[in-house]
Design a protein around this ligand. Structure first.
Ligand code: ADP
Ligand code: MG
Length: 682
C-alpha cells in the first residue's frame, strides 16, 4: 500500500480540495489519515424531548407532525422553515433559517434523527438548525462525530468524508509500527484499529484505546530519537579538557555585581564539564532576566584562557550586537578579542574576520545564523554557545558544533519548561537551571483589562512617555509569514500614529520587514528615538532596552502564557518601575483564569506549569510557543503518565540494544532512520 501517494488520488479530492488540504499540511495519504480530530461530538445517544436541557446539543428521535414555512419580510425576507416533531414525551419545534431546499425533504408521519442545540422557552421546546438523518441512516447522527482542527474552506462534513475515503484504502492493511512485544507488554491497540477508531470511534472507550496507543507511539519515537542523539554525543571521541588552572572565579571576583547562588551553582556545573575530557552537552535554562549571558561570558573566559576559541550564536543581529557589548564590557580587560559576524557584515570586513578567525587572532566570534556558513573556519574552536535555543533546531546546533573538534556545547534558553518535562524532553542534554533572579529586580505590575479601559490605558502610556520612558505594544500573530498579521500591525500603527499618539514617535516592526530594517528600528528604539514600538512577537527574544517601562499586549487571550511571560520580560530591565498591560477580549473562565495567573506571578516556571494546565482543547496556539516539540496527538500535560512509561521503556531498549539491531526492534530503527534522514527538528 502506498502511504506516500499524493492525497489527490484519494476519492473525493479534486484540484481545489488538494490545495485546501495542502494548506493543512496534508500532502499524502499518510498525512491524511494522521490528521487527527480536535474533538468529538457524541451524536449517538438519543434523549427524550422531555428530558432535554436548555442549551445542550443533543440527539432526539421524533416523528414529523406538521411542516410550516414562514417568510419574515422585516428581516431581509428571511425564510423560516419549521417542523413540529414529537416523540412519546413531548413536542419540539425544529427550526431552520433560509434553507429552502428542506421543504421537499421531510415527510409527515415519518421518523427522523435530529441533532442540535435545545432552546427551551416557556411552554415549548425548540431545536435550531440541527443536522438530521432519516431514521435508519447514520450519515450525520447516531454516532460519534469527529471534529477536525482547522479546515480552511473545507466543511467538517467534507473533510470527514475525505478522511473516511482515505481510511477505506488503508484499513486493515496498515503495517504495524510498534514491535509486537511492546504492544503486548503495554496492552496497546494495533495500528489499524487505532487509526480507524481515532477518527470514527463507536464509543469513547474505543477512542481512549486508540488515542493511548497513538500517544504512546508518538512519545516513544521522540524518546528514542533523543536518546539516540545523546548516545551519539557520548560515543564520540574525547573532547577538550580545559585548563584546571584557569579559574572562573578570577572573573567572578572581578565583576561589578555579585552573582546569584543559582548562577554560581550553574557555573560550577559548567566548569566541571569543561575540565572533563568528555564533550559538554548542557542546556542552561533560566527565566528572562535571570542572567544567562554572564554565565556564557565566564565560560568563554575559561575556554579562551585555556587556549581555545569560543563562539556564541544568537537568533537576531540585534541580540548578537547586544552580546558583543556585554562580552567586551567584561572581557576586554583580559585582553580577549571579540568580533561580530552578521548576515549584513560587508564582504571586506567579513573576509578580514574570517582570515583572523582562521589564524587565531580572534578569540570569540559572536553572530547570527551567518556563523553556520561553510567558509566560517576556526583555528581551534573549543566552546559553542547557542542562545535562545528554541529558535534553532537541533541540526543547526550540531552544524556549528562540527566546526570544532568535539567542542563543548552549551545551549541557553529562557523557555521555562516544567522541571519534570525538561528532564524528559531534553533527554539528549544535561540540564542546569538558574531558578533565581538577581536581587533588586522590581516586580513588573501586570494588569488585565478589557476594552472599556482603553482610554485609561492610553493615558497611562502617555504619562509614562512624558516621564521619559518608552513603550512596547504587541499584537498577536498566528504565523510570522502570514500577510494578515502584517496588516493588523499596520492598521494599528496607523491608528496610533495618526490619532491616539499623534504627538509621539510611533514606529512598527513585524516579521515581514527585512532583517536590516528590523535591526534599524530596534536600534532607534534602543537609542530612545522611538517612544512607542508597535510590533508582532518579533521582539520576543532577549532584547534589552532598560528605558522601556511599559508593555501593552493586544488580544492577550490569543497568546500562550509562556509567551506572554517572555514578552513581559522585555520591560523591567532597568531602574524604572515597569508595567505590563494585557488587553483581552472574551469572557470564558479559562481566559479569566489565564489572565489571573499572569497578574499573580512573575515566576516563569509556575507560569509554564499553569499554561499546560489551562490550555483548553482546541486552542490554536501550539506547543511551539513553549519551545517544546510539536506533537500531533500527545499532550504533555495530560499524558505525563504515558510519557513516564515510555521514558522508562526507551531507556531499557537503548541499554539492551543501543543501535536497534535486534530483529524485534527493526521497525523502531526504520522509523528512527526516516526521522534522522528527514532531519526532523526537535
Ligand atoms: P537573560 O537570562 O534573560 O539572558 P541577561 O543575561 O540579559 O538575562 O541579564 C539581564 C541583566 O541582568 C543584564 O543587564 C545583566 O548584566 C544583569 N545581571 C546578570 N546577573 C546579575 C546579577 N547577579 N546581579 C545583578 N545583575 C545581573
Ligand atoms: Mg538572554
Amino acid at each position: 500500500m502506498e502511504l506516500n501517494k499524493d492525497v489527490k488520488f484519494v476519492k473525493g479530492v479534486g484540484p481545489n480540495r488538494v490545495k485546501l488540504l495542502n494548506k493543512l499540511n496534508i500532502y499524502t495519504l499518510q498525512d491524511l489519515i494522521s490528521y487527527y480530530p480536535r474533538e468529538y461530538e457524541d451524536r449517538s445517544k438519543p434523549k427524550k424531548i422531555a428530558d432535554t436541557i436548555e442549551g445542550e446539543e443533543v440527539l432526539i428521535q421524533a416523528i414529523v407532525v406538521s411542516k410550516i414555512k414562514e417568510i419574515r419580510t422585516y428581516k431581509k425576507n428571511m425564510t423560516i422553515y419549521k417542523l413540529i416533531v414529537r416523540d412519546e414525551t413531548e413536542c419540539c419545534e425544529v427550526i431552520w433559517y433560509n434553507q429552502s431546499y428542506l421543504k421537499n425533504i421531510f415527510k409527515l408521519g415519518e421518523k427522523y434523527n435530529f441533532y442540535g442545540k435545545i432552546n427551551r422557552k416557556i411552554g415549548k421546546v425548540e431545536m435550531l438548525s440541527p443536522v438530521f438523518d432519516k431514521e435508519e441512516s447514520t450519515k450525520n447522527t447516531g454516532k460519534i462525530i469527529p471534529l477536525y482542527p482547522s479546515t480552511y474552506n473545507l466543511s467538517q462534513n467534507i473533510i470527514r468524508q475525505i478522511i473516511e475515503n482515505g481510511l477505506k484504502e488503508v484499513y486493515p492493511n496498515l503495517e504495524e509500527t510498534i514491535p509486537e512485544y511492546i504492544l503486548n507488554e503495554y496492552n496497546l491497540l494495533d495500528i489499524n484499529n487505532s487509526v480507524k477508531n481515532i477518527h470514527f470511534p463507536k464509543d469513547f472507550q474505543e477512542y481512549e484505546k486508540a488515542r493511548t496507543r497513538l500517544v504512546f507511539e508518538e512519545l516513544l519515537d521522540m524518546q528514542l530519537l533523543l536518546l539516540n542523539l545523546k548516545n551519539k554525543y557520548k560515543n564520540k571521541e574525547k573532547g577538550n579538557a580545559f585548563n584546571k588552572d584557569v579559574k572562573m572565579s578570577d572573573v567572578i571576583n572581578d565583576l561589578p555585581f555579585k552573582l546569584t547562588k543559582a548562577q554560581l551553582r550553574v557555573l560550577e556545573e559548567i566548569e566541571k564539564d569543561m575540565e572533563d575530557e568528555e564533550p559538554m552537552n548542557r542546556l542552561l535554562q533560566g527565566d528572562v532576566g535571570s542572567g544567562k549571558t554572564i554565565v556564557a561570558i565566564i565560560a568563554a573566559y575559561k575556554a579562551v584562557k585555556s587556549g581555545y576559541q569560543m563562539t556564541i550564536m544568537a537568533p537576531t543581529s540585534i541580540l548578537a550586537k547586544q552580546h558583543l557589548e556585554s562580552f567586551n564590557q567584561i572581557l576586554s580587560k583580559y585582553n580577549i578579542k571579540c568580533e561580530l559576524l552578521l548576515g549584513g557584515t560587508t564582504k571586506k570586513k567579513k573576509d578580514e574576520i574570517l582570515e583572523k578567525l582562521k589564524n587565531g587572532e580572534i578569540d570569540i566570534l559572536i553572530g547570527t545564523h551567518a556563523l553556520i556558513e561553510e567558509n566560517v573556519v576556526f583555528k581551534n574552536l573549543g566552546l559553542v554557545v547557542t542562545d535562545e535555543q528554541h529558535r534553532f533546531g537541533v541540526r543547526q546546533r550540531s552544524v556549528i558544533a562540527s566546526k570544532g573538534k568535539n567542542p563543548d556545547v552549551l545551549v541557553m534558553t529562557a523557555t521555562p519548561i516544567p522541571r519534570t518535562l525538561a528532564l524528559i524532553l531534553y533527554g539528549d542534554l544535561d540540564i542546569s537551571i538558574i531558578d533565581e533572579l538577581p536581587p533588586n529586580r522590581k516586580k513588573i505590575d501586570t494588569f488585565a483589562v478589557t476594552k472599556s479601559m482603553e482610554d485609561r490605558v492610553n493615558n497611562f502610556i502617555k504619562k509614562q512617555i512624558n516621564e521619559g520612558r518608552q513603550a512596547y505594544i504587541v499584537c498577536p500573530l498566528v504565523e510570522e509569514s502570514e500577510e494578515i498579521d502584517a496588516k493588523s500591525v499596520l492598521e494599528l500603527a496607523e491608528k496610533y500614529k495618526t490619532e491616539i499618539f499623534k504627538e509621539y514617535n510611533v514606529e512598527y516592526i513585524h516579521g515581514k520587514l527585512k532583517q536590516k530594517e528590523k535591526d534599524e528600528i530596534m536600534e532607534k528604539f534602543k537609542d530612545g528615538k522611538i517612544d512607542i514600538l508597535i510590533s508582532t512577537t518579533v521582539i520576543e527574544v532577549g532584547v534589552n532596552v532598560p528605558n522601556s517601562s511599559i508593555m501593552i499586549i493586544e488580544n492577550a487571550e490569543r497568546f500562550g502564557l509562556a509567551q506572554l511571560h517572555q514578552l513581559r520580560g522585555r520591560v523591567g530591565r532597568g531602574e524604572y518601575k515597569s508595567y505590563c498591560i494585557l488587553k483581552y477580549q472574551g469572557n470564558s473562565e479559562i481566559i479569566r483564569k489565564r489572565m489571573k495567573v499572569m497578574q499573580e506571578t512573575n515566576d516563569g516556571f509556575i507560569i509554564s506549569e499553569k499554561d499546560l494546565e489551562l490550555r483548553g482543547s482546541g486552542e490554536f496556539f501550539g506547543t511551539k510557543q513553549h519551545g517544546l516539540p510539536e506533537f500531533k496527538i500527545a499532550n504533555l500535560f495530560e499524558d505525563i503518565k504515558i510519557l513516564k512509561l515510555v521514558q522508562a521503556l526507551s531507556v531499557k531498549i537503548m541499554e539492551q540494544d543501543p543501535l536497534l539491531e535486534k530483529k524485534e526492534n527493526y521497525i523502531l530503527r526504520k522509523k528512527l532512520e526516516e526521522k534522522l534522514e528527514k532531519r526532523i527538528e526537535i
